[in-house]
Design a binder for this molecule. Structure first.
Ligand code: PAN
Ligand code: ZN
Length: 192
């Protein structure tokens, strides 16, 4: 076959998640972008909640999309800062996350409400199988940074999450993070 792309290398700052060279603009997510995802909407529309730094390649099955995500520490009315979370549009597409810095939780859920939570930290390598929605939560005092790699044509379905949320929410408790059932989710299933 005639190769479609030339090889390339990017230097990744393992602490901050920055890329050099930066092949695409970072994609910041502010309070205003996260309306409908927390139990209570963020008060400050200008607050930076997280930032995605993509290494762009064609969004096709033959390519591997790669990006870093850095979530700032903090809470929104007691819920730790987190990503929107999504199913893949092509549901069977899988993904790998690698924790680089900070302390987090990866929350995964199936469409019938089963859920699963894994701690994230430097070196934690997470396999997210097809059919599992995924959301990352920064439960620490420092930024949480991780690398994501996934099949290029996966796509992100946020509408299902906007409608139902995840089966569980992660709040700051007296002794650290507390995972509890989301009262708004229509079908909370087993903890897997
Ligand atoms: C990740 C996520 C990234 C931001 O690259 O897209 O961490 O999270 P949201 O997309 O939920 O806002 C990934 O899972 N890609 O498929
Ligand atoms: Zn994904």
């Amino acid at each position: 076959m005639e190769p479609r792309l030339d090889p390339f290398v990017t230097l990744l700052d393992l602490q901050r998640g920055t890329l050099d060279p930066q092949r695409a603009d970072p994609e910041p997510r502010y309070g205003r972008d996260l309306v409908g995802f927390f139990q209570t909407d963020p008060i400050d529309p200008e607050a930076l909640i997280y930032q995605v730094r993509p290494i762009p390649v064609p969004k096709e099955q033959s390519e591997i999309q790669c990006s870093t995500t850095t979530i700032e520490p903090g809470t929104v009315d007691g819920e730790y800062h987190m990503t929107k979370g999504h199913f893949h549009v092509v549901r069977e597409r899988s993904e790998i996350y690698l924790g680089l810095a900070g302390e987090g939780l990866l929350v995964e859920a199936t469409e019938d409400g089963r859920h699963h939570t894994e701690p994230m930290s430097r070196g934690s390598l997470h396999y997210i199988p097809g059919g599992w929605a995924h959301r990352t939560v920064n439960v620490g005092a420092e930024p949480l940074t991780f690398l994501a790699a996934y099949i290029g044509d996966a796509g992100q379905d946020y509408d299902t999450i906007l409608r139902d949320g995840f089966p569980v929410v992660v709040r700051r408790g007296e002794n650290g993070p507390e995972v509890s059932q989301n009262p708004r989710h229509p079908r909370v299933g087993a903890d897997t």
